[in-house]
Design a protein around this ligand. Structure first.
Ligand SMILES: Cc1cc2nc3c(=O)[nH]c(=O)nc-3n(C[C@H](O)[C@H](O)[C@H](O)COP(=O)(O)OP(=O)(O)OC[C@H]3O[C@@H](n4cnc5c(N)ncnc54)[C@H](O)[C@@H]3O)c2cc1C
Length: 374
């Protein structure tokens, strides 16, 4: 335990909260400075006209990452956070009238794709197995190691992982990879969509992104009781429990460095020194404004942008039986849609629409509570 060592975390997004928990558990004295008056960053929520909305992310995968934080802290997770597995991953609606209710069970999903889309079920099963192997062999390793450290690239683990990389994962687009596997345009469009999970264009991004479906279709989609905001609330409470101190409405105006070493930050016009500074803020903003390193900021800015999305928050006093928690209405011409977004850099006239309806699952919870008299 080293309570004398100070750590400053800039920002209380989920990554900032997780870092604050990990370091507090290791015995550091952690201070989190947050410019907003609430924790969670993009993972926040708001209420208006009697409706509650999760503001940012809506799809919850890999709950083990949250469980791990509670285990490290030695706190029973059930006192803070509950979640359940979702039976229906997503309802897909195609322009030609076909509908696929993607079942969370990979075998049922393959059968459903055969029945509704005419896809070969064995191809689906094989694809998901390859996705799993790709994630386990490569994805996991690159997610848990820094790509910016030289030692990452020379570790035995990485060399072993690189041996499993196929030509098509690196040098074919996700669309070409998927087109070489599936016979139906609907299955290709469905698996192309995973490129959009990091804002990429499936006609340009590599086949490597075929590892993403593993997270959803093999490992599963989950729903936090109370909505996505419950993740933020649980991590914030846990961080406080393990000793992290939070300062809201407190933007860090710069990071202090000396001889290439980070030594603290400036908040409210005062210098605050620390042994470790972790920045949870956007990387371009960090170089440009907090480190005043215009050269590095420029290097970040010249990288190709990912696409964003336009989000509407609609409170609707009506139910739609055909829809589930996650729903996708695909555009007719996916290629034209991505050309429009990435080449003409404008909205497409027939955009793919994603609809998230949290009340689908919250309603079940409310009914149960009513039944047991809560
Ligand atoms: C609309 C939308 C939908 C998404 N959907 C999904 C999804 O379905 N599933 C999924 O897994 N992911 C999804 N994501 C991505 C996910 O939300 C993010 O990856 C995640 O929330 C990022 O967390 P973070 O902690 O890295 O950053 P952030 O949430 O951006 O946190 C950064 C924090 O730093 C603070 N900060 C910045 N500058 C300063 C400063 N100078 N001083 C003090 N504080 C500062 C900010 O106020 C903020 O609180 C979605 C994102 C968006 C926007």
């Amino acid at each position: 335990m080293d309570k004398n060592k100070n750590v400053i975390v800039i920002g209380s997004g989920v990554a900032g909260l997780a870092a604050a928990i990990r370091l507090s558990v290791q015995g550091y004295s952690v201070s989190v400075y947050e410019k907003n008056d609430y924790p969670g960053g993009k993972l926040s929520a708001f209420k208006t006209n009697g409706f509650s909305f999760d503001a940012g992310p809506s799809l919850f995968t890999q709950p083990q990452n949250i469980e791990e934080l509670f285990e490290l802290a030695g706190e029973p997770m059930q006192n803070y956070f509950e979640y359940s597995k979702v039976d229906n991953i997503c309802n897909y609606f195609y322009d030609n009238g076909k509908i696929l209710n993607a079942n969370a069970n990979p075998i049922l999903l393959a059968n459903e794709m055969a029945e509704k889309l005419g896809e070969n079920p064995e191809t689906v099963t094989k694809y998901l197995k390859a996705s799993k192997a790709l994630y386990n062999n490569i994805g996991k390793i690159f997610l848990t190691n820094s790509l910016h450290k030289r030692k990452t690239w020379f570790s035995k683990q990485i060399l072993a992982a690189l041996k499993t990389v196929k030509y098509s994962y690196l040098f074919k687009s996700l669309n070409s990879y998927n087109s070489s596997k599936f016979k139906t345009p609907e299955a290709i469009q469905l698996f192309n969509r995973y490129a959009t999970y990091n804002g990429s264009n499936p006609y340009k991004a590599p086949g490597m992104l075929s590892l993403i479906p593993h997270l959803e279709m093999n490992e599963g989609v989950f729903y936090p009781t109370g909505g996505m905001i419950s993740i933020t609330n649980a991590l914030y409470e846990l961080a406080k429990k393990v000793g992290a101190k939070f300062y809201f409405n407190t933007p860090v105006s710069s990071i202090i460095h000396n001889d290439g070493k980070i030594i603290g930050v400036v908040v409210n016009d005062k210098n605050v020194f620390a042994e470790i500074v972790i920045c949870n803020a956007d990387v371009f903003f960090t170089y440009k404004n907090l480190l005043n390193n215009q050269q590095k900021a420029k290097q970040i800015l010249i990288q190709e942008r990912s696409s964003s999305a336009i989000v509407f928050y609609w409170g609707i006093k009506k139910e739609f039986a055909d829809l589930c928690l996650h729903n996708i209405f695909f555009s007719k011409n996916y290629k034209a849609e991505f050309d429009c977004l990435f080449k003409q850099k404008t909205m497409y006239t027939d955009p793919t629409v994603y609809i998230n309806i949290t009340s689908k699952l919250e309603k079940v919870k409310r009914q149960l509570e009513k039944k047991i008299g809560l």
